[in-house]
Design a protein around this ligand. Structure first.
Ligand SMILES: C[S@@+](CC[C@H](N)C(=O)[O-])C[C@H]1O[C@@H](n2cnc3c(N)ncnc32)[C@H](O)[C@@H]1O
Length: 274
């Protein structure tokens, strides 16, 4: 390219650059696109299929039990929350006592890879944001199939990598957060679902919508982005205050959200039929 072409190109770039901050059409980007919450999407599905007080649900990888409680509260169903970690279940049990739902909600400690429940116990399985941690994904999904009644439904929310995520970036988030790298591949994941005997009824690709929703709700990711900047700028100070492991975990967690906003990670909700 000659000098004239170069300056012509740069001139155009600068016209966009000056406008991109505050002028039309870029100001269109300041308007919300009304992002959906993945949880609301999943709860709406549960409502549409008519879950009621006769239904039996499993919340696998229930964590602190917030969705276990919300499901029992909204739909009057009986629900079992299972999680690997006793510390999470202690918080879940306390929260259930506080809202007086102990007659319909119970918790058990166990792994998805060997679910502590009889065959064909549940009508629905709610599985939100936990399969990223499961080393034996196919075995975990087979166990879900075993404890589901014939014709039962499983709802899954999970996150995948996209082609924008570099290997080093993936390692940076997976290792400190205990995430199994291969579970971030949609092909591997869908093969495991099929091998476990599930049929995909709905595949709702939400991309970064959940993160957009949370950002618009409480500016969570703006806050986490500035935290990343401060953690990087004064690394030694924060490592001293938090400890190396805690620093790495928090840094990876903040990247996990930001990578979704950047399109490097992308979330999907599945509805599966046994
Ligand atoms: C990101 S949290 C999600 C919690 C909850 N489902 C939610 O959506 O808020 C992931 C949870 O999965 C649990 N978990 C990890 N591996 C598990 C396993 N093999 N079996 C059961 N739970 C597991 C963790 O202890 C943690 O509570």
């Amino acid at each position: 390219m000659d000098k004239d072409t170069d300056s012509f190109k740069l001139d155009k770039i600068y016209q966009y650059l000056w406008a991109a901050h505050d002028e039309a059409p870029f100001t269109l980007l300041d308007r919300s696109l009304n992002p959906r919450s993945s949880t609301v999407f999943m709860l709406d599905f549960i409502r549409q299929v008519g879950v009621n007080e006769d239904s039996s649900l499993l919340d696998i990888g229930c964590g602190r039990g917030n969705h276990t409680i919300a499901l029992a509260d909204r739909f009057g169903c009986n629900i079992t929350g299972i999680d690997l970690l006793a510390s999470n279940l202690e918080l879940a049990r306390k929260a259930t006592v506080a809202v007086r739902l102990t007659s319909r909600v119970n918790f058990r400690q166990g792994s998805i890879e060997s679910i502590p429940a009889d065959d064909e116990t549940f009508d629905y399985i709610w599985c939100r944001d936990m399969l990223i941690h499961v080393a034996e994904l196919k075995q975990g999904l087979k166990e879900c199939s075993r404890v589901l009644r014939p014709g039962g439904t499983m709802l899954i929310y999970t996150t995948f990598r996209t082609e924008w995520l570099e290997m080093k970036e993936m390692a940076r988030v997976c290792d400190p957060l205990g995430i199994i790298m291969r579970n971030l591949s949609p092909d591997y994941f869908e093969q495991a679902m099929s091998d476990a005997g599930f049929e995909i009824l709905i595949r709702e690709m939400m991309g970064g919508e959940q993160i957009e929703f949370l950002e618009e709700r409480d500016r969570r990711y703006s806050k986490e982005l500035i935290r990343i900047a401060r953690m990087i700028r004064q690394r030694e100070r924060f490592v001293r205050e938090m400890g190396e492991e805690c620093y790495q975990t928090a840094l990876a967690l903040y990247h996990w959200g930001i990578y979704q906003l950047l399109g490097k990670l992308s979330s999907t909700v599945y509805v599966l039929k046994k």
